[in-house]
Write a protein that binds this ligand. Structure first.
Ligand SMILES: Cc1ncc(COP(=O)(O)O)c(C=O)c1O
Length: 418
């Protein structure tokens, strides 16, 4: 396969040239509503560097074929590139490629655990423990499984600052709890949960752990092996990769014991009308033609993030978060939701007297993209007693100047609504 832009970016020297990094993102140069775009919605989806766009383009222009089927040259190239992306992602996360199921994203990954691991095992009297700050993708699949098995879903509450109370969580790990589903980083509050300690406590009690890594993997070095969970779910589009890509990592013993979730081609060794012999994991969970180009793009995204260095990315985003928090704290009547001691670059807020959607609409007129609403986390907003919030979320490609312009636009929007 030809060398793509994904691999010609050399590891950045220290300190990183963030202006050059930003220039890698073609979309960030566009205008919105006649103003330069200020994209503050990366928790929703991340922007894509040219390296990723070129990798997808190159696949369709020069290598397009189906994977794991044809012996011809294109088929071999496509399979090698697709499996190469799995290997890259596995190395990035410090796990074995064979234990990484490629799928459409976190939602699919968690549903795979729900239907393939939990559904055949849970029974009346069992409890699934989830935290208050979960995304709906880490709540609704458990409710569906509970309905069908007679298990119940119980909530581990959070403290007012948006952190999980470790003592309360430990106390909630009673003998009936068979599974604990917790997010690594909250998409609304930015809270970084101590998943390593949580999984250690759960493991001592024989509780299987599912960690939602959607908002962690794009922003910090994630070493799944060190976390010690049973399952780790992630999504590609928030980490500079294409939409419709993601993965589930699982302990080998679970992958071997779990039945396939979706049946079809690619996931079998042999099929007859007397029965089917399934392929080995991870392929037995990957029925049908996958998003080949998307995963090749995800492989390029991993190369890209790796070249900058996750430690650099984490430090840069911490700096941007501190700046944005300081600026927002100066605005009278602005309330920030989520003040956990360890926080990723996500700020949910409300401004007294202004509806979240009105603010987001007025900000859009200034070229500023933020999200408003419930952020797929209704139970969390219920905890805070609010119907919606504004959420600005940063990535390493944002700038301090953008934060200042955003704050100026917010003040202007507020004055229009007063
Ligand atoms: C914490 C969290 N979990 C799960 C998801 C669902 O990810 P996807 O829609 O890519 O499957 C998201 C996406 O917003 C998220 O932020």
């Amino acid at each position: 396969m030809t060398e793509t832009a994904a691999s010609h970016r050399k590891p950045s020297p220290t300190p990183v040239d963030w202006a050059a990094v930003r220039a890698d993102f073609p979309l960030l140069t566009r205008q919105v509503q006649g103003k330069p775009l200020i994209y503050l919605d990366s928790a929703n989806t991340g922007q894509k560097p040219a390296a990723v766009i070129e990798a997808v383009d190159d696949f369709y222009r020069a290598h397009n074929a189906n994977v794991s089927r044809a012996v011809h040259t294109l088929g071999t190239e496509a399979t090698e590139a697709y499996e190469g992306a799995r290997r890259k992602l596995a190395r990035f996360l410090n796990v074995r490629g064979d234990d990484l199921v490629l799928c459409s994203g976190t939602t699919f990954a968690i549903n795979l655990v729900a239907y393939s691991w939990a559904l055949p095992r849970l029974k009346p009297g069992d409890t699934i423990l989830v935290s208050r700050m979960e995304h709906h993708a880490n709540i609704v699949p458990w409710q569906l499984v509970a309905q069908r098995t007679g298990a119940v879903v119980r909530v581990a509450e959070i403290a007012p600052d948006g952190s999980l109370d470790p003592d309360a969580l430990r106390a909630a790990m009673t003998p009936d709890v068979k599974l604990l589903a917790v997010t690594h980083v909250s998409n609304v509050l930015g809270t970084v949960n101590p998943v390593r300690e949580i999984c250690r406590e759960a493991r001592k009690r024989g509780i299987v752990t599912v960690v939602d890594g959607s908002q962690a993997v794009p922003h910090r070095k994630v070493d799944i092996a060190a976390i010690g969970c049973d399952f780790y779910a992630l999504t590609g589009h928030k980490m500079c990769g294409p939409t419709g890509t993601g993965a589930l990592w699982a302990r080998r013993e679970h992958l071997q014991a779990m039945p396939p979730f979706i049946g079809g081609g690619e996931m079998i060794k042999e099929v007859s009308f007397d029965g089917t012999v399934f392929n080995d994991a991870p392929h037995k969970f990957e029925a049908g033609t996958p998003n080949i180009a998307g995963f090749i793009g995800l492989g390029a995204a991993v190369d890209y993030l790796d070249a900058i260095g996750m430690a650099h990315i984490e430090a840069r985003e911490a700096e941007l978060l501190a700046h944005a928090t300081e600026e927002l704290d100066r605005i009278e009547g602005l309330r920030i939701f989520g003040r956990a001691p360890e926080k990723a670059a996500v700020i949910s807020f409300l401004v007294e007297g202004a509806h979240a959607h009105d603010l987001a609409t007025l900000l859009d007129l200034e070229g500023v993209a933020i999200r408003s609403g419930q952020h797929c986390a209704h139970p969390l907003l219920q905890f805070f007693g609010v119907a919606a919030t504004c959420r600005m979320s940063l990535a390493f490609y944002n700038t301090h100047e953008e934060i200042e312009k955003f704050v100026a636009a917010l003040k202007k929007a507020r004055s229009l609504l007063a």
